[in-house]
Every structure is written in C-alpha cells, then in structure tokens.
Design a protein around this ligand. Sequence first.
Ligand code: GLC
Ligand code: MG
Length: 535
Amino acid sequence: MFKLLVLSCLLAFALPSLAEDSDGDGVGDLIGITQQLPYLKEIGITATWLSPIFTSPMADFGYDVADLKGIDPIFGTMEDFEALLARAKELDIKIILDFVPNHTSDECDWFIRSAAGEEEYKDFYVWHTGKVVNGIRQPPTNWLSVFRGSMWTWNEQRQAYYLHQFHAKQPDLNYRNPKVVEAMKDVLRFWLRKGAYGFRIDAVPHVYEIPADADGNWPDEPRNEAVSDPEDYTYLQHIYTTDQPETLELVYAFRDVIEEIDAELGGDDRVLLTEAYSPLEVLMQYYGNGTHLGSQIPFNFELLAKISYSSDAYHYSELIHNWLDNMPEGQVANWVFGNHDQSRIGSRLGADRIDACNMIIMGLPGVSVTYQGEEMGMTDVWISWEDTVDPQACQSNEQEFERLTRDPVRTPFQWSDEVNAGFSNASITWLPVASNYKLVNVKRERGIALSHLNVYKQLRALRDEPTLKQGDVSVTAIGPNVLAFKRSLAGYKSYITLININDDVESINLDSVFTSITTQLQYVVVNDKSVRRKK
Ligand code: GLC
Ligand code: MG
C-alpha cells in the first residue's frame, strides 16, 4: 500500500531553491539540495519531487531532455544524485523525479537520428511533409503549440515538418510506435533501479494526437470563438491533440513498470503522480479502470485552477466535494494549491489567504502537495520583459508576457536575510531574488510564533494524529464566507477546521452544522488573523 503523506514539489531546475547553489553559479544544484534536505525534514515533508535534472539545453528549463539517463552538469553529476538519494534515505524522504514522456529535446540523440532518417529512429517522432496550397508548402494542420504559433516546424534535413505540442526545441515522441513506449519504460526502470521512488509525469494529456487517416493526414482543430489571437494556444479547441483515449492505456503501462520494479526490488509504495489539467471524469480514470492500475496521485487541480480571488465558501466546498465524491472506491485524494506553472497563492488569492490554503491542503484526507516556498508565504516576483526567461512568455511580446510568464513563481528560495536570500553567493542569480526576502524567509519565520512557516509546521504535526490520518471528513460552507470541515474517527478526538475566506468577523453555531459536537472544543491551530488564540 502506498502511504505517502506530505509531498512538496521543489523545482530543481535552475531553481533548486532548496539548493543554496553550492558552486555559486546562480543556479541551484544537487549538492545544494542534499545539504538542505534537513529543512524538508523540519517541515515534515515525506517525499519531494525534483523538476527535471537531466541533460538539457534548457530551452524549457529542463523540460527539454537531451539525455534521458544523464544528469545535467549545471545541477551536478550522477555521483551527486546518488549522494542525494543516500542522504534522503537516511532522512526517510522519498525522491520523486520528473518524467517528461511527451517530448525530448531536439538535441536528443533519438531526434538527431530521426531527422537523419535512420531506420530504427525514423518513426520515433511525428513527421509529415505538409500540404501544398497554391504552390506554397504549409504545415499539415492548423494545430497550435502551447507556447504559441504552429505546432509544426520544418526540418531541412528530413525535408518534413515535425510536431511539437510545446516549444520547437521539444519535438513530440510518437507513441503510436511501440518502440517509443518500450524505450520510455526503460527510462523509468533505469531511475527506479537507481533509487528514485517514483515519477511526476509531465504533460500527460498531450502525449497522443488523433491517429492519422488512411492517407496519413490529420484533421484541423475547430476554433474557440472567444479568442481572436490566431497564434494563441486557446484560439483552438484541442479535441484532436489532448486527452486521446490511448493516453490512459499509456499511464496504465507506466504503472505496470512500477509494479514490475516493486516485485524486482521489494517494496510496495513506489508512486506515479500525473500532471493533467483534464476533465474530472478523465482524471478519475487515471487512477485505474478496474482492470488496470494507474497513477496513485492524479494531480487534483480543482482548487489550483478554479479558485479565484472572488470565490466564496460555496465554491471551495463544491470543488473539494468534486474530488471526494467522484473518486473511485479505495483510492486516495490529493490536494494542490500551487506549482511551478501557476501564480503563487499569496499573489493569486491574496496574502491573507496563504494560511487558509495551507489549512485546506493539510487538513483534508489524503496526500497534501506543497509547492516550495508556499509554506512560508513567498509571493510572485515581478520580472521585466527584458529579464524574462520563460519560453512560454518569451515567444509572446511585451504586451502579453505578464499573462504567460512563469518566472515570477520560480525565483530563488528565501532562506535568510543574507545576500540573495541565502540562496547563492553569485552576483546574479538565474532569476532575481524577491525584494521582500528580508521579511519573508525561513530563518526569520522560524522565530515568529504565528508566521506562515510555523502555522504550516503545526498543521503538519497535526497530520500525525490518527483522526487526520484515517478519519472521515465532512465538508460544508457555512454561508458565503466560511468553509468548514470536520475530521472524525471513532474512539479519537475530532478536528474541525473553520476558514473565514473574507475579512468580516463571523459568528458560527457549530451545533447546527455538525452532528454530535458534545464536548468542549479547544483551539489547536490558529493563524495571526484570528481573534482566537491557542490555549
Ligand atoms: C508541464 C510542465 C511545464 C513544462 C511543460 C512542457 O506543463 O509543468 O513546466 O513547460 O509541461 O514540458
Ligand atoms: Mg504528443
């Protein structure tokens, strides 16, 4: 049985904020992460996901992998990774790697051979000679890349277009070729045998495109009339390039590898997390289908993607119920409020809601996922167009980039009030350090009783109570402003979480909300916005 409790995603790419940049190049690294693992222990993290650490030209900060079995020198060596695994094992922290199945780098040996037309690799990627309209060659379809513009780029050597759902330097693998599936399963085996505990699987809905017709052609995607910018990804409805039914089969096949390695090496808690912003009914099938096992943690992005600044308590409750009420029997829920692709909680929902969001993800049953820095309330850092490095933004323009850029959430981790927030002694870090780092940093927050960090640690400590580990949950909104949930377990104390989403003082009669509140209640965790204090 898998028993993951808390999990934090730490960007290892140029961000291994956790890293303290051990070699002073302004970019975090594996040695730095290893040195800082005790911090994860301190805040109760049991497993941590590193964003891609593999050899990469860094066109998408590691999500463009050139050597799927190699460590990029910017982060260190294979020995450094092995040392990280060994230290993590001592501390009982599981290391989860980021697995990028949809694409490789165009500098990957497979792509170079495919472009050269080598027999073994020629169908490793998705190629098409395009169509000729009025004597002019054009891409085979109107499909648009997530990072703007056509999903097709012409390759001179091969004299054909290749497909890339993301950046042109991220050519899509062709999963209709069984050799690709086998090669990628082999990559999973390689890292599992090394001691990785599992994978966060990147961009899963993009893996398959609709099969080509008998002539080898694909259909155009229909317009989304609400969007007028013809280069923008949202200009089309992605009915042929996302969430194809074969995707689920692939997730099940990857899970088989997990089972295979569990049997080979012992243990039964290796894990898959899947990244998909897909409809709920699709996500529920990621767990498995009755015949096949799937991902134990299909990321639950309900709260992350749908809660906005103006959401009321009914909305929070509805989204929480969406997951709890639709999950297949016997599966474990998971709760996510942040990641390296989305604006931080304090910036998206307001700094006053940071503790509230941490209370939700820590108090509900199942796996709790924290994006590094959210435990101390880091917020987005404004970065000028000139200093922007995220390809999703750089492919747009000075007017649009702020809507698209992910740099603001990826800035160096704030360890202390020292130079560069204690992250690096380089004169320039890969992204600028937040200007508020002297107020928001681990060292300072350790010393403040009701800092975000200390509230987080108290919530984490509570999770070791049997009621929070195994108890039932009942979730409800008490009017538009208050979200309430109760955890209970026969024979143990019950815990009630009350979150006032807005500023006005609220009076609540709990007896009318939850049944069997018989005994005296006591405050166990409050934040500094509450008029109450712990007794
Ligand atoms: C996922 C990652 C994102 C990356 C993209 C392409 O969405 O989370 O950071 O840019 O996939 O690999
Ligand atoms: Mg694909």
